[in-house]
Design a protein around this ligand. Structure first.
Ligand SMILES: [Zn+2]
Length: 519
C-alpha cells in the first residue's frame, strides 16, 4: 500500500459501508466542491442516527497533509473488523480488548469524514505537492498562484481577524488570496463548500460531543483554545465580547485570555493526555498535549469553531474539539506513514474509549412513554416497568416525584421496588433502568387511569408517564389442550380399556361429549 488518491479514499469509504451495512452508513455531504466532487462521511455504530453521543473525526482539510485520510480510513477499518470478529485490536505496544471494541461501537457513534478537501488533495498529488488550500478560483484575480482558500481559516470563529485580534498578535491568517503561507481565510466565514460540509455534519449530528481534525506535522494534540491563552475566571472575557478586539491574540499578557470553564479545561486536557499516552505506547513517539494557541494563534479554525458553538448559541451541545498534528513532515515515506497511521489510530481508539467517562455525560431516554396494564384479572396483582435507556459512565438515579396516582376509576398503583438507580460503569454502553409499577385488578369492566412523574437529578429531566389499566373477570377455565393427528383420539390411552377420548371426557366433566369424528 501507499498513499491513496482521491478516488481510492472515496472507494475505501464506500466499501466499508457496503461490507458492514448494519454497522456503517455512508453519508453524502450536501455541498459539492469547486471541482464538482461530492464528499462522503461514514457513521459507525448501530442504532438510528442521533441515538447516541458521537465522536467526529475529519481529515484531508489541508491538501498536502496526505496521511490524514489514510489515518481516518484505517481507524474506521480496524474498528469495524475488530467489532465484527469480536477480536482485540493491537498497535505495536498498545492493545485494546475485544470487550473494549464492542463497548466502543455499542456505546457511541463515530462520524469519520476522511477527505474534506478532495480538490486540493488531487492537485497536491498530481501537480503541486505542497498545495494546502482548496481549488476555488473565485478570489484569485486570474492568478493561478492565488487560487484557493485555507479551509481551516474559513470557519466562523473570530473570522474577521483584522477586527478581532490585536494589531501585533501574529495571528496565522491572511486576507490576501496570494498569501505565500497559503492561509487566505476567504471572503467570508463558510464561503467554502468544504467548511460548510463540516458545519453541516455538526448541525445534523447534534449529539456530537467530541471533534478531532487530523493535520500534520507538529507532533501535537491541540485542545481549546487557539486564539489566546486560556483563563477560567472571567466568562465575559471571551470571543463573544468585542470590547477585547484590540488586545486579543497576544501571548504573555494579562489584557486578554480566552475563557474556558475550569471543568471543560480539565476534561479537554485529560482526553488529550489519554490520546498522547496511547500514541506513545505504540512505538515510543512523544507528542505534546497543549492548547492550540501554544502552537500559534489562529482564527477561523475548525476546532475553535466546533467548541465555540455552544457559547455562541446555548441551544447547541458542547463539543470538545481537538486538532491532531501527526508526524514531522507533510508527506513522509510510506513506510514511516504506515507507522504513523498505527500511532494515531491507537490514540483515537483510546480517546473514544475514555471520552464518555471523562466528560461525565449522561443521556437518558424513556423507552415506554405509556404504562398499560391490559386485561388484568380481578383480584390479581401484576406489574409493569417504566424503562429508561441510559448512556453514561456515571451513576444515575430515577426518583418518582409524583405518584403513581389514580386519576380516574377504582384501585391503586404502587411502587413495589421503589425508585430506580444505576451504578457507575467503566463504559458508556447503553444500559436500561426499570421503575416498576404494580396494579391489582378491581372488578370486571373497570377502567383505571393514572400518572407518574420520574425525575432524573443528573440530567434534570422530568418524565410524566400516563398509566392505563382495565380489569376483566377471573378466567374460569385454566387449561388449554392442544390436540393433533386426526383420528388419534381413538387410539389406546395407555389405561386398559380406555381410548384417549374417554380419558379427555373423564377429565372435563360437564362438557358435551366430544365425538371422535369431530377431532
Ligand atoms: Zn493542516
Amino acid at each position: 500500500m501507499s498513499y491513496l488518491n482521491v478516488a481510492e479514499v472515496e472507494t475505501a469509504a464506500a466499501n466499508l459501508a457496503a461490507a458492514h451495512p448494519s454497522l456503517c452508513q455512508l453519508i453524502a455531504l450536501p455541498n459539492s466542491t469547486f471541482g464538482g466532487r461530492t464528499c462522503h462521511a461514514l457513521r459507525l455504530g448501530g442504532g438510528a442516527p442521533g441515538s447516541r453521543d458521537c465522536v467526529m473525526v475529519i481529515g484531508g482539510v489541508h491538501a498536502r497533509e496526505w496521511g490524514s485520510c489514510e489515518i481516518a480510513i484505517n481507524f474506521a477499518t480496524d474498528l469495524l473488523a475488530a467489532y465484527t470478529n469480536n477480536a482485540s485490536l493491537a498497535y505495536g505496544g498498545k492493545s485494546f480488548t475485544a470487550a473494549q471494541i464492542q463497548a466502543l461501537l455499542n456505546g457511541l457513534h463515530l462520524l469519520v469524514f476522511p477527505l474534506v478537501n478532495p480538490d486540493g488533495r488531487d492537485f497536491s498529488q498530481t501537480t503541486v505537492a505542497l498545495w494546502r488550500r482548496n481549488r476555488n478560483p473565485a478570489n484569485s484575480g486570474g492568478n493561478s498562484n492565488c487560487i484557493g482558500v485555507d479551509v481551516n481559516r474559513n470557519f466562523d470563529f473570530l473570522f474577521d481577524f483584522n477586527a478581532t485580534f490585536a494589531a501585533g498578535s501574529g495571528v496565522n491568517t491572511s486576507a490576501d488570496p496570494c498569501n505565500p503561507n497559503q492561509v487566505y481565510c476567504g471572503p467570508s466565514a463558510f464561503s467554502e463548500a468544504e467548511s460548510r460540509n463540516v458545519r453541516w455534519l455538526l448541525d445534523t449530528n447534534p449529539r456530537t460531543r467530541w471533534f478531532l481534525d487530523l493535520h500534520s506535522a507538529a507532533g501535537d494534540i491541540l485542545y481549546s483554545w487557539g486564539d489566546d491563552e486560556n483563563q477560567s475566571v472571567s466568562p465575559s472575557m471571551s470571543f463573544l465580547n468585542p470590547a477585547f478586539n484590540a488586545v486579543r491574540g497576544l501571548g504573555g499578557d494579562a489584557a486578554y485570555k480566552e475563557y474556558i470553564p475550569a471543568t471543560d479545561l480539565t476534561v479537554a486536557q485529560q482526553l488529550a493526555v489519554v490520546f498522547r499516552d496511547a500514541l506513545q505506547a505504540v512505538r515510543g513517539k512523544s507528542y505534546t498535549a497543549k492548547s492550540g494557541f501554544d502552537l500559534y494563534p489562529t482564527s477561523g479554525a475548525s476546532d475553535d469553531y466546533s467548541y465555540s458553538r455552544h457559547f455562541a448559541d446555548p441551544g447547541k451541545g458542547k463539543v470538545y474539539a481537538y486538532t491532531v498534528e501527526w508526524g514531522t513532515e507533510f508527506q513522509p515515506p510510506w513506510a514511516e506513514m504506515a507507522l504513523i497511521v498505527q500511532d494515531v489510530s491507537a490514540g483515537l481508539v483510546a480517546f473514544c474509549l475514555a471520552a464518555p467517562c471523562a466528560a461525565n455525560l449522561v443521556a437518558v431516554a424513556l423507552s415506554t412513554p405509556t404504562l398499560t396494564f391490559n386485561d388484568v384479572p380481578a383480584g390479581v396483582e401484576t406489574s409493569r416497568a417504566a424503562v429508561f435507556a441510559v448512556q453514561t459512565c456515571s451513576a444515575v438515579d430515577f426518583n418518582v416525584t409524583v405518584g403513581p396516582n389514580v386519576l380516574s376509576g377504582p384501585g391503586a398503583f404502587n411502587l413495589p421496588l421503589g425508585n430506580g438507580a444505576l451504578p457507575a460503569a467503566p463504559s458508556a454502553a447503553e444500559r436500561e433502568v426499570r421503575v416498576w409499577v404494580s396494579f391489582t385488578g378491581t372488578n370486571a369492566g373497570d377502567v383505571t387511569t393514572g400518572t407518574m412523574t420520574v425525575h432524573c437529578p443528573q440530567t434534570g429531566d422530568d418524565f410524566v408517564i400516563p398509566i392505563n389499566a382495565n380489569t376483566i373477570a377471573q378466567p374460569t377455565v385454566n387449561a388449554v389442550l392442544v390436540l393433533d393427528k386426526s383420528g388419534s383420539m381413538d387410539d389406546p390411552s395407555g389405561i386398559p380399556g380406555q381410548k384417549r377420548i374417554d380419558v379427555l371426557h373423564a377429565a372435563a366433566p360437564g362438557c358435551p361429549t366430544p365425538t371422535a369424528s369431530a377431532w
